[in-house]
Every structure is written in C-alpha cells, then in structure tokens.
Design a protein around this ligand. Structure first.
Ligand code: B12
Ligand code: SF4
Length: 444
C-alpha cells in the first residue's frame, strides 16, 4: 500500500462520443472504473471525469445524451447526417478539469467504439491544455483494436492494449517513477470493485460477472479484447450487488457480459437465487444481447422472478447454415426461448431481439424475413447496424466490399454509414426500420 493521504493523483477520463447518432443505452465506462478501483485500493488518489454522461437533472438509467453539432470530419463529408458531440458540454468538461484538486501525476483515458476516436483526441487535447505536464495513457477498445492508429493520432503518450489490470501498475512506475508495491495478479474475485462511487451519475450500476466469451463469431471482437473466458464466483457478484445497494440504494443494474447465460446453472442462476433470497429490490437490464439458445423455461422463470426489465436477445439473423456468421443458434432455438420467456410472463414489448443488418453480401430480404419471423413469434425486432472491426474473421470480406477504405481510417467503421452497402440509402434503411416497427406490412 502507498502511504499517506496524498498518494499520487490519477485522473481517469471517459471521453465524449463523437457520432452521427448515439443514445445512452445503459452506457457507463466500466473498464475505466475497474482500473480506478484497483489504483485506489493500493493508495492512489483517484478522480473520474465522465464526459459521456447526462446532466444530473435528466431522468432514468438510460436516455438521450445532450449533444452539440460539429463539422462532419473531412473523410465523411457528403453524408446526409449531422455529426455531433454527445455528453457534457465543452464548458462543463473544462470546469470539471479546472476543479481537480491538483495537477494529476498521470491521466488515464479510456476508449470504446473505434470510430469514436475523435472524441478521444478531443479529450486528450483538452487534458493537455489543462495539465501540460501530466503523462496521458490511453487504453480500452479503440486502443486495443487499432493500436497503430491510436499511437499515431490519439495524442496520448502511451497506448495500452488489452485488459488494463495486469500491466497498469508497472506502467505507472515506468512512466512516472511511482513505486507501487507489486500486485498479486488479480483474479476476477480478488479484484476490487469498480470505483462506481466516483461517477457523478449513479442512477444505474454497470455490472460484469465474467470477461470474454467462449464463442467466436465472425463479426465480433470479443476474443481480441479478452483472450480467455473467465467468470466471477456467484457469491462475489451477489456481495457486490448488496454492497452498492446498501451504500447508495441503487436499483437499476445493467449486465455487460458477453456470455451472461453461459453455464447458468453454476453462474447466473445462483446469483439470481441470491438476489431473490436477500430480497434485494433490484431491476436488471441486458443491453448486450443474451444467447437465445441458452434460454429454457427454468432460466426464463428466474429472469422474471429476479426482475429483468429490459431484455435483449442476440439473434442477429434467422438465416441458417453457411449463411450464418456465428455459431450461437440452431433452428428452433428462438421459438423455444421466446415461448419460455412468454410463459414466464414477459410481454412482446419486453422482448427485444437484435437483428444485425448491413453485413457484407447480406440481402435486405434476409433481414426482412428475420424481422417478420421475430414479429410472428410476438417479440420486438431491434435493428443493429454492422460495424466492421479490424482483426475479426469478417474484416477482410468487409474491406473487400466496402465503398470506403476501411483500413485507412477507423471513422469508416461507423455503423451509421452502412459501410458495407454500395451506398448510403435512407430509403433502404427506412424500409427495414418501418418493417421492424410493424408499419410497412400493415400498409401492404
Ligand atoms: C457493454 C457493451 C455495450 C453497451 C454499452 C457499453 C458502454 N460502456 O458504453 C451497449 C449494449 C449499449 C453497446 C452498444 C453498442 N456496441 Co458495444 N459492447 C459492449 C461490450 C460487450 C463490453 C464493453 C465493456 O464495458 N466491457 C467491460 C470492461 C470491463 O472492459 P473494457 O471497457 O474493455 O475495459 C478493459 C480494457 O479495455 C482496459 N481499459 C479500458 N480503458 C482503459 C484505459 C487505460 C488507460 C488502460 C491502461 C486500460 C484500459 O482495461 C479494462 C479492464 O480490463 C463490448 C464487447 C467486449 N467484450 O468488450 C461491445 C463492443 C464495444 N460494442 C460494439 C458495438 C459494435 C456496439 C454497437 C455499435 C452495436 C450495434 N450495432 O448497435 C452499439 C453502439 C453503442 C452506441 N451507444 O451507439 C463493438 C465495437 C465496435 C467498434 N467498431 O469499436 C464491441 C467490441 C462488440 C463487438 N461486436 O465486437 N455496447
Ligand atoms: S456469442 Fe456474442 S460475444 Fe460471443 S463471440 Fe459471438 S457475438 Fe461475440
């Protein structure tokens, strides 16, 4: 443990979202909060500034981010969409930086979507204006998936790839000469809780009970971000929920797991049993899609009993065989899962089913048929637009078909561009959106 009340001071920054469209759908900088928790546990003084947050007055665990229009970046000009900065205003962030107790010994900056890097650049530039002597370390998903780009263009002094827990303390010692004691290599159960209490907005708790995914779908980056699937002990998860509920009365909890339902008998089910047994008045959300094939009647019953309010299932497409880009679903799985969930008491509007559109070579009719099937099964189709991700199995194909030079600039990974369509088309998009909303079919 570092001694004294005034240990080294680390500022953790979650930059703004820069995009054509964005919505705070239970989004919090969980990875950064884990690192803040870890540093605090060994004696660092830590502060968190979350630029991608909503002002305290706005309601609910999710909602619209305030936005300010920005000039569209040069490579994307001509697209009929307005580019914006989402989150706190520039003045609020400047004020947040000015209020820091002193100049930080280092600044940790996180990153999420690869194509949000202009927000990372802007955040780092602002930090440099305020704290010219503080080294800036960038990590997170953009940094891991596009390390060369991040090294060349983010403005950070150091770009870290992969999970931050293992290398962060030695990195800080190297960069700023801090003498932190060697850390027992943390497993997921000995890791301190994320420093969620340092967020100004505590209306919703982001929770992860595992890291990585046992599967490997062609369009997904999970394996590249975390190579090994690991899970926390159920008791550890229950203890965390109890802790935050007791301390701050939190009720809304969003799971960020890639494979929350995997091996549920000795993982999620004991967690939910614990929540029900302890009568914790929580409400759960799964903004990241759940595995359809793993939902049976027993599990569905527990999801209802434990008060899951926002359910998203990851179907992606009803295509079968070689047309599928993943290995997570077999014929009949969706029918079985939805029947079990409805029997447990979930209503069609509770059951959002993600359908992936904009994949290379994907015909609109495939998406339309998936939409119809989801509607026939009395669930709600939710369209998710494909974002090509470097190093994934589908990347080369995406590069081949895209009208953009995907490899030249991560801005082109933006799913709002439909980068794998021959051109951007509001008509094409609107037709499928209407169909998903149940409008088009009725008019026919
Ligand atoms: C939860 C999640 C979401 C949440 C929101 C999360 C958030 N914070 O905003 C929701 C469900 C809303 C979401 C939405 C989307 N998502 Co998402 N999401 C994820 C997911 C599953 C987990 C991210 C996470 O928080 N992990 C948990 C924490 C603990 O890990 P972490 O943040 O990576 O942090 C660790 C390291 O990165 C590192 N680290 C992080 N910061 C720093 C800083 C420093 C200094 C250092 C040293 C280290 C470091 O250490 C941390 C601890 O180990 C990832 C997949 C994945 N496995 O990561 C996809 C992922 C990020 N999403 C992705 C996509 C495509 C989307 C969508 C576009 C989906 C769609 N088509 O609609 C939307 C767009 C969102 C929007 N608002 O517009 C892609 C990224 C695509 C891209 N081009 O970058 C991913 C990678 C999934 C995939 N398909 O492969 N997402
Ligand atoms: S199951 Fe989900 S998280 Fe796992 S590899 Fe496939 S898409 Fe990614």
């Amino acid at each position: 443990m570092l001694m004294g009340r005034t240990g080294p001071f680390i500022l953790c920054l979650n930059p703004w979202v820069y995009d054509f469209a964005a919505h705070d759908f239970f989004a919090r900088p969980l990875g950064l909060l884990y690192l803040a928790g870890l540093l605090r546990s060994v004696g660092f003084q830590v502060a968190v500034l979350d630029c991608a947050s909503r002002p305290p007055g706005s309601r609910g665990p999710r909602g619209r981010w305030p936005k300010e229009s920005l000039p569209t970046p040069l490579p994307l000009q001509g697209l009929p969409r307005r580019y914006s900065r989402y989150g706190l205003s520039m003045a609020q962030v400047q004020d947040g930086l000015a209020r820091q107790p002193r100049s930080p010994d280092a600044v940790l900056v996180t990153s999420l979507m690869t194509y949000w890097y202009p927000g990372v650049q802007a955040g780092i530039a602002l930090v440099r204006q305020h704290f010219p002597n503080a080294p800036v370390i960038l990590g997170g998903i953009y940094a891991t998936l596009c390390p060369e780009h991040a090294r060349n263009y983010s403005g950070a002094d150091y770009v870290h790839t992969g999970p931050g827990e293992e290398g962060l303390l030695s990195l800080l010692s190297d960069l700023i000469g801090l003498k932190a004691p060697p850390l027992e290599l943390p497993d997921l159960d000995t890791l301190p809780y994320p420093a969620w209490d340092l967020l100004a907005d505590r209306r919703m708790l982001p929770l992860v009970t595992s890291r990585g995914c046992p599967l490997s779908c062609d369009y997904c980056a999970s394996r590249l971000l975390v190579s090994r699937f690991r899970r926390r002990q159920p008791d550890n998860v229950i203890a965390e929920l109890r802790y935050w509920h007791k301390r701050f009365g939190v009720t809304d909890v969003a799971f960020y797991d890639d494979a929350l339902l995997y091996g549920a008998d000795d993982h999620l089910l004991p967690v939910l049993e614990g929540v029900v047994r302890l009568e914790l008045p929580l409400r759960f959300h799964t903004p990241n899609g759940l595995h359809v094939s793993l939902i049976d009647r027993r599990l569905a019953g527990w999801l209802k009993r434990a008060n899951f309010a926002t359910l998203r299932l990851g179907l992606e497409t009803t295509a079968t065989g070689a047309d599928r880009r993943d290995r997570k679903i077999q014929a009949g799985d969706l029918e079985k899962a939805l029947a079990a969930l409805r029997e447990a008491g979930f209503k069609p509007e509770d059951l959002g089913v993600y359908l992936l559109m904009g994949l290379p070579h994907q015909e609109d009719e495939e998406v339309a048929e998936s939409i119809r099937q989801v509607r026939r099964l009395r669930a709600t189709p939710v369209l998710a637009q494909y974002s090509p991700i470097p190093q994934t199995a589908l990347w080369d194909e995406a590069v081949k078909v895209s009208r953009y030079d995907l490899a030249a600039d991560p801005l082109y990974h933006n799913n709002s561009l439909f980068p794998c369509w021959p051109e951007f088309s509001w008509e094409r998009y609107t037709r499928l959106k209407n169909l998903a909303a149940g409008r088009d079919e009725r008019r026919k």
